[in-house]
Ligand binder design. Structure first.
Ligand SMILES: *[C@@H]1O[C@H](CO)[C@@H](O)[C@H](O)[C@H]1NC(C)=O
Ligand SMILES: *[C@@H]1O[C@H](CO)[C@@H](O)[C@H](O)[C@H]1NC(C)=O
Length: 398
């Protein structure tokens, strides 16, 4: 009798487990990454092991992420930025603050004085400062040596400060711009997916911002079955580390609850037709304030990809019809603008013509479109009033 009972219990447990496993795949309703262990950490080196040209050739040109330790030395002033110091020096600046830490793109951000943010952020469950650095702040941030040559500094798009009391969680997303992200205070954990491994696994159900709607604190494996078997890599940033996140690589970034600050540098991707990446001159001792944002380079990359997707040569009709300002629907390539790009006047624009133009002319040819606001598929997207309509492709939470 006892034997019978015991085996019945064992069989029951086995059956229940089997049923649970069958209905709920591993990681179901758990944090992103619980479905299987990471393949490992991404390649990790120290800053003194690599030059900017090696970094370009071995990582950027190959679209490979890299974690670089000790980019910011302990003596770097930014690593010693206290709230008191920030308040005294920059307190009156207006900064942009998101009203949510679990990224939700439907909640609009707001502006406030930096000193107000500083007085509330540690206790706040919602405030997350995501704001372009002011010139005075840029002066205190040394240009990382891995990106200190002309090819990089001539493509800078934005320098953004990410500041909170921690406990932040981004969406699973990718960006259409290159990213060097440096931790100043606290730690950040990165969940990283190679675009080649994402295919058939990650569903882009929000194409306007290239992100997945999957709830990263509670992954619904039934709604997103592709998340099973998704291979991923990890990286953990501590103060002084920078991570290179290539465009189009999927990532999701989490911070534990405590003061957390990072600064990132966005730069425009380099078209693969660029054969000589200019990297002879090193800007030794430079700070971020020494450089301007060159928006024409981001436009150049996007128009270049557009030209390639149309057989490497495009005429006025093709450009005019397809290149559209995302929010207004305006076809920005007028005949006059087309003629700026068609250097030899033969009625076609080629990649080589595009590459030979100064960035300002490329930008002018789109009526100085703001970053992230051009669509090259002929479509414009109108957002509902309650949705953010600025820079939706460009700023992605980290
Ligand atoms: C994600 O899941 C958690 C846990 O179930 C829930 O509290 C949270 O509201 C969900 N987030 C969204 C955006 O649905
Ligand atoms: C422009 O190029 C498209 C696609 O190659 C072609 O169909 C069209 O006839 C061309 N238009 C002119 C005016 O040459």
């Amino acid at each position: 009798m006892i034997m019978f009972d015991v085996s019945w219990v064992i069989i029951s447990i086995f059956m229940i487990q089997h049923a649970v496993c069958k209905e709920f795949p591993k990681g179901h309703l758990q944090y992103l990454g619980e479905h299987q262990a990471a393949n490992g950490d991404i390649t990790t080196i120290t800053a003194d092991q690599i030059t900017s040209l090696e970094f370009y050739n071995n990582y950027v040109a190959k679209n490979k992420p890299l974690l670089i330790k000790q980019v910011l030395q302990r003596s770097t002033p930014v690593l010693k930025w206290t709230d008191q110091y920030l308040k005294e020096k920059f307190g009156k600046l207006r900064v942009n603050v998101d009203n949510n830490k679990q990224e939700n793109r439907l909640i609009p951000s707001s502006e406030m004085e930096f000193q107000q943010f500083l007085s509330i952020y540690l206790e706040s469950k919602t405030h997350y400062m995501i704001s372009t650095m002011n010139m005075e702040m840029q002066k205190e941030f040394p240009l990382p040596t891995v990106i200190n040559c002309d090819g990089f500094v001539s493509r800078f798009q934005d320098f953004v400060m990410w500041f909170s009391g921690g406990n932040t969680r981004s969406k699973l997303h990718y960006d259409n711009v290159e990213n060097m992200y440096c931790q100043i205070s606290g730690t950040k954990h990165w969940f990283i997916v190679d675009p080649a491994d994402a295919e058939g696994h990650i569903v882009i159900d929000h194409p306007e911002g290239a992100f997945s709607g999957v709830n990263v604190t509670s992954v619904d494996m039934l709604k997103y079955p592709g998340m099973q078997g998704l291979q991923w890599w990890s990286a953990n940033l501590t103060p002084g580390d920078c991570i290179y996140m290539p465009l189009n690589w999927w990532h999701q970034v989490t911070s534990p609850p405590s003061r957390n600050m990072a600064i990132n540098i966005w730069w425009a991707p380099v078209l693969e037709e660029v054969v000589n990446f200019p990297c002879q001159r090193q800007h030794v001792g430079a700070t971020l304030s020494d450089f301007n944002f060159v928006y024409g380079e981001w436009i150049r990359y996007n128009i270049g990809e557009f030209i390639k997707s149309h057989g490497s040569v495009v005429n006025y009709t093709v450009m005019h019809d397809n290149i559209v300002h995302e929010h207004t629907g305006v076809h920005v390539i007028t005949k006059e603008n087309f003629d700026l790009l068609d250097i030899n006047g033969d009625g076609d624009v080629t990649i080589m013509e595009l590459l030979s133009l100064p960035p300002d002319i490329v930008h002018k040819a789109t009526n100085y479109a703001e970053i992230g606001a051009l669509n090259t598929n002929g479509e414009s997207v109108k957002y509902a009033d309650d949705e953010p309509d600025d820079d939706v492709n460009y700023y992605q939470e980290l």
